[in-house]
Structure formats: C-alpha cells, structure tokens
Design a binder for this molecule. Sequence first.
Ligand SMILES: Nc1ncnc2c1ncn2[C@@H]1O[C@H](COP(=O)(O)OP(=O)(O)O)[C@@H](O)[C@H]1O
Ligand SMILES: Nc1ccn([C@H]2C[C@H](O)[C@@H](COP(=O)(O)OP(=O)(O)O)O2)c(=O)n1
Length: 248
Amino acid sequence: MNQPIEGNEEPYIYTGTSVHTDTFIRNSLRSFIPSRFSFNSPRLFFNSKATESTLGQKNPKVVFVLGGPGSGKGTQCANIVEHFGYTHLSAGDLLRAEIKSGSENGTMIQNMIKEGKIVPSEVTIKLLEKAILEKDNDKFLIDGFPRNEENRAAFEEVTGIVPEFVLFFDCPEEEMEKRLLGRNQGREDDNIDTIRKRFKVFLESSLPVIEYYNSKDKVRKIDAAKPVGEVFEVVKALFTPVDDKAAA
Ligand SMILES: Nc1ncnc2c1ncn2[C@@H]1O[C@H](COP(=O)(O)OP(=O)(O)O)[C@@H](O)[C@H]1O
Ligand SMILES: Nc1ccn([C@H]2C[C@H](O)[C@@H](COP(=O)(O)OP(=O)(O)O)O2)c(=O)n1
C-alpha cells in the first residue's frame, strides 16, 4: 500500500499533517444536524454532557485499530482480546447490529454500508459510547473507527477520549480484495463493486486520519500482508509493554 495517493508525489503515509479546528468540527457536523438545533458545539448537539462525565469517570484506555477493509483488523482483535483482556468493539459490527435491531436508522445505515460510505458520526459514536459504558472493562479496542476526520474530531470532542495508540494494519489492495472475496460471512458489502468503493473511501477518507495520528506519534504500523500468526507476533510485542497484567 505504499503507493502515493493520486496527485500526490509523496508516499501517502507519514508525510502530511492536518490542522483541525473547531471550525472544521462545526462544518463537518452541520451537514447532518437538523436545522431546529442551534448549533454551538458538538457537545450540545450530542447532549452528551452526562455521558461524557460518566465516560470521564470510567476513563477507559482506548486503542484504535485501523487499516483497509480486509486487512485483518477483526482477526487480530480477537487475538488481542484473548491475550491481553481488552474488549473488542467493532464499529462495523455495532452498525450491522443496529440494522438488525430494526432501529429507525437501520435503512439509512444499510444503504450507506452497501455503497461503501461512512455513516454519520452521530450514529456511530452513540453506539460506541453505549457499548463502552455497558462493558465492565476499562480497556477497549475500537476497530474500524475513526474512519474519517469527522469521526475522529467528533469522537474526541464528544467523549474527551484520546487513544493510547493507533494500530495500523498495512496491506496491499490485491491481498485485501482476495481476503474479502473469500471472507464468506454473507456480508452484503463483500462484493467486488462495493469492495472497490470501500477501497476508494479508505484512501480518500481514512488514510488522512492515520496521517493525523502519525503526526502525534501515535501510529504503530504493522505489515498485515503476512500470515495471521506472524502478524500477531508483531502485535503482541506492541501490547506487552503497555499492559501490566500481561507482563505479570
Ligand atoms: N494475515 C492474514 N492472512 C490471510 N488471511 C487473513 C489474514 N488476516 C485475516 N485474514 C482473513 O481475511 C478476511 C478478512 O479479515 P478480517 O479480520 O475480517 O478483516 P477486517 O476486519 O480488517 O475487515 C477473513 O476471512 C480472515 O480470516
Ligand atoms: N466508523 C465506521 C465503521 C464502519 N462503517 C461502515 C462503512 C464500512 O464500509 C462498513 C464495514 O466496516 P467494517 O469495519 O465492519 O469492515 P471492513 O473494515 O470494511 O472490512 O461499516 C462506518 O460507516 N463507520
């Protein structure tokens, strides 16, 4: 995946930094905020002051797990859970569960996933907050989130949570395509048309988030093209020093 983004002479990763301001957050959120709301701050819109203070009391340790579709995020998260006692929260799984639950947002979420698009942060963040508060654990792997700048800025603003680090599974597109076509989980988005759309969204919207965290020295980049066991050996080494229990 170390090819340049189209129109960019430099390798895509570790080159740029982005400056994200309150104005950016306002502008990105305004598009999905009903006009009857007076929009002063994402916090007011999300009405999450109470949630924030509860999350603040909980003060969870969060690791974001990012990488292209099919790079092996879910597979490695299962290994991390087993060895290091984290709770795995997959944003995609939470959204798919929301569709199944018959929620009023279900059809919108389903259509966006079918098109390979990213669901508005308002929806995904509420699901993540609820899941964090429900689980009796203080260590979370948040998989597949934040997937764009809007996700990132809104999550930080609303929850106040800053990740310990960001695991980035780097994998060539051909390998990810092969894996997704063989995944066989009956997912509506694992067809070649949607897969290509998801790759495009990953390059255009998700890589800038990884670049942002890289500028903060938070990214731990892993060669995810190797076999599962070899990838986990590298992952394990990253978690061992930060995890007291595992070191015991
Ligand atoms: N390192 C690997 N080598 C080969 N296949 C893999 C590897 N990691 C995961 N897979 C397989 O690739 C598919 C996608 O993996 P998954 O963990 O679901 O990716 P993601 O969560 O990033 O979309 C699954 O069928 C999984 O079994
Ligand atoms: N933060 C997120 C995460 C996933 N989604 C949607 C859009 C994604 O294409 C689908 C599937 O994401 P998921 O992480 O489960 O799977 P892949 O990494 O694409 O294999 O869910 C989202 O809208 N916002």
